[in-house]
Design a protein around this ligand. Structure first.
Ligand SMILES: C[S@@+](CC[C@H](N)C(=O)[O-])C[C@H]1O[C@@H](n2cnc3c(N)ncnc32)[C@H](O)[C@@H]1O
Length: 272
């Protein structure tokens, strides 16, 4: 239905593929920050399990707009804070916040020898090869270093399946859910490196308000690849078709609250 209006973006670390071509995902820092309170919860739960007291270097891989990187800098004021992100918009937003972020792909990152903490929050779901990267990073980190990661575990939820269904009806093929593993797989993968491993999952029940809040939430994340692939008119029509399906899957309560369940998977590995 939208085929005529699909833009053919070139190359990049994709969120979606259309007719075998990878499509860049662009980010809108302001839209992403619209739910910053809810989105920050898993970050707090993740870094609460990091025990480092005086790390020399703390790295935020996929730092986004830098609001959470700033919390790392505040917790460890003596550390050099390294922040990278592949999105120019996100790097600009982080830099505007005083974070010395640079534009780079996590695939190309290697730990400096003094790296004691690595945090990567809500990023690796965009990096299909992260199962190979995790052991490589751990092998290069010094003894005692901690690597903390969190990925969404909700690719089978209606917020994602409805997008994929509608995309398929529209001739768009979105990235599959295989890019994120189950908790036990992360535990095995990380433990195989000899690290001490702590893996868990949490399903948050976010109380959202306002019209079509789930559509608004995914508009700044899961819908980015669709946004990039369609022109304005086609994207508006995609959203208009998606909205009632999401409303059925996530009905508003009489008081206006919409409960949005969101499963997340966490792992912290400490090098021994
Ligand atoms: C959902 S945001 C999370 C941002 C931040 N970590 C947070 O928790 O708020 C995902 C971020 O990952 C970045 N990203 C995605 N793929 C990446 C890659 N291959 N290398 C570096 N950054 C990447 C995106 O640009 C985006 O800023």
């Amino acid at each position: 239905m939208h085929d005529r209006r699909i833009r053919a973006a070139e190359g990049g670390f994709g969120g979606c593929v259309w007719r075998d071509r990878a499509v860049n995902t662009t980010w809108d820092p302001a839209a992403y920050l619209a739910f910053d309170d809810h989105r920050a919860r898993p970050f707090h739960d993740l870094v609460a399990r990091v025990t480092a007291v005086a790390p020399r270097r703390v790295v935020d891989l996929g730092c986004g707009p830098g609001n959470l990187t700033a919390l790392l800098a505040a917790r460890w004021p003596g550390a050099v804070v390294e922040a990278i992100d592949s999105s120019a918009e996100m790097v600009d937003a982080a830099r505007a916040r005083g974070i010395d972020a640079r534009r780079s792909d996590v695939v190309d990152w290697t730990p400096a020898p003094d790296t004691d903490v690595v945090v990567t929050n809500a990023v690796l779901q965009w990096v299909p090869q992260h199962r190979e990267l995790l052991p490589r990073w751990l092998a290069a980190l010094p003894r005692g270093a901690e690597l903390a990661m969190q990925v969404p575990g909700n690719f089978g939820a209606p917020s994602h399946t409805l997008v994929r269904d509608l995309a398929a009806e529209s001739g768009l093929v979105l990235r599959g859910e295989g890019s994120v593993a189950e908790p036990a797989e992360y535990a095995e993968l990380l433990a195989a490196t000899g690290a001490a491993v702590d893996v868990w999952e949490i399903t948050y029940l976010h109380p959202l308000t306002g019209p079509d809040p789930v559509l608004e939430w995914i508009g700044s994340t899961a819908l980015r690849p669709v946004r990039d692939a369609l022109d304005d008119e086609a994207y508006a029509s995609f959203r208009a078709e998606l909205a009632p399906r999401l409303r059925t899957a996530y009905p508003a309560r009489p008081d206006g609250t919409t409960w949005f369940p969101f499963r997340r998977i966490f792992a912290v590995a400490r090098v021994r």
